[in-house]
Design a protein around this ligand. Structure first.
Ligand code: HEC
Ligand code: HEC
Length: 339
């Protein structure tokens, strides 16, 4: 009975979607090309870039944002769950930071409203960077090269966590990946993708994937139930939006991830349970849409998804300002302080 109701609702939604898609088809595709980020404050972006790569923001002096959001491999660590301070095992897969400024909110459950609100979290998270905001501020304050930059960008003599997170967010907002082959196709270069990839895109639309994965980021725009049609079984205790809203109806509602550069960031899903893109696509079709794809359909959708890899961030490796004699010398092996 309950399942019937869900099926009916889904059928209605699919119908609305199909009609909507037909109307839209004439004027535009459900996915739009990414435009490169406009940099309005280069000094702030440069500062944020240094902070993103600076392991001195962590207790151990070893872990930077880039440790888990490796910009040389798609902005993630490609683990099922991350490795943090004292080799602690995280509880959930690290999403990519690429194009994350396009998300409605940050984290799988959307608990941080924007990138600046997010950036303070990992520094003080005991199983991530394991430091405190005070310790991070104090450390940066002992580094003359940072003091000069914070003075120039924010006009402050004392470095505060709000400026640290603001600068990191400004850098992250530049991590947009335009010029994928699919974007070229969207912009009119019909030879940019192959016939199979185009067929994959058609299947992606016809199967119903675009109901949730749409817009410039091919996702990131809404929260949806993971297991809409068939229950998604996982040993991972994360409950999604329910953990934020306290509302039981929000159980297993997760932010729809962007599918941009998806080829670069296995394993997939918040629990990292899908080892390959092909597994992730098969699971999505079944649990979200109640459909079983043939191996050929699956391969075509995967081929389409691989056309979404765009220009990766590219810049000279940031050189971090040297520590002074006052800068604490980190001890990665010091026992975890009991709090
Ligand atoms: C130890 C690994 C680790 C480190 C270090 C780390 N992160 Fe993360 N990051 C994660 C994990 C895991 C998540 C997902 C957590 C969740 O959703 O509950 C995440 C989520 C994010 C997100 C949200 C992306 C999205 O799509 O929702 C952003 C942005 C981000 N991190 C930026 C940063 C920045 C900036 C730093 C440095 C200050 C940092 N991270 C340090 C592991 C890490
Ligand atoms: C009803 C909304 C909805 C539909 C329809 C849907 N997805 Fe998803 N998709 C999601 C959500 C939510 C997640 C995140 C699940 C999680 O890990 O918590 C996701 C995750 C994914 C991932 C893994 C992304 C990552 O970074 O781990 C891929 C790949 C994917 N979807 C592809 C597809 C394909 C292909 C289809 C069509 C066959 C599809 N999706 C249909 C909502 C949807």
């Amino acid at each position: 009975m309950r399942l019937n109701a869900i099926h009916a609702a889904l059928a209605a939604a699919t119908l609305t979607l199909a009609l909507g898609a037909q109307v839209r088809a004439a004027e535009q595709e459900p996915i739009q090309p990414l435009e490169p980020a406009k940099i309005t404050d280069p000094a702030k972006v440069e500062l944020g870039k240094q902070l993103f790569f600076d392991p001195r923001l962590s207790r151990s002096g070893w872990i930077s944002c880039n440790s888990c959001h490796n910009l040389s491999m798609g902005g993630s660590d490609n683990f099922k769950s991350s490795v943090g301070d004292h080799w602690a095992q995280g509880g959930i897969r690290a999403p990519t930071v690429l194009n994350s400024s396009l998300n409605i909110a940050q984290f799988w459950d959307g608990r941080a409203k924007d990138l600046a609100a997010q950036a303070g979290g990992p520094i003080a998270n005991p199983i991530e960077m394991g430091s405190t905001h005070e310790a991070a501020e104090k450390t940066l304050d002992t580094i003359p090269g940072y003091r000069t930059q914070f003075k120039k960008v924010y006009g402050v003599d004392k470095i505060g966590i709000d400026q640290i997170t603001d600068a990191i967010a400004a850098f992250e907002a530049t991590l947009i990946t335009p010029n994928s082959r699919f974007d070229k196709w969207l912009k009119g270069d019909k030879a940019a993708i192959t016939a199979d990839e185009l067929a994959g895109y058609q299947l992606f639309k016809d199967t119903g994937c675009v109901a949730c994965h749409n817009g410039p980021a091919v996702g990131g725009g809404s929260y949806q139930k993971f297991g809409l049609v068939h229950e998604y079984k996982t040993a991972n205790p994360a409950t999604g939006r329910a953990g934020v809203t306290g509302n039981d109806g929000d159980r297993m509602m997760f932010k729809v991830p962007t599918l941009r550069n998806i080829e670069l960031t296995p394993p997939y899903f918040h629990d990292g349970s899908a080892k390959t893109l092909s597994q992730a696509v098969a699971t999505m079709a079944w649990v979200q849409l109640g459909k079983t794809l043939t191996p050929d359909q699956n391969a075509k959708i995967v081929a389409f998804l691989k056309t979404l890899t765009g220009d990766q961030p590219s810049f000279p490796l940031p050189q971090l300002p040297p520590s002074s004699d006052q800068t604490p010398r980190p001890d990665p092996f010091a026992p975890v302080a009991k709090k």
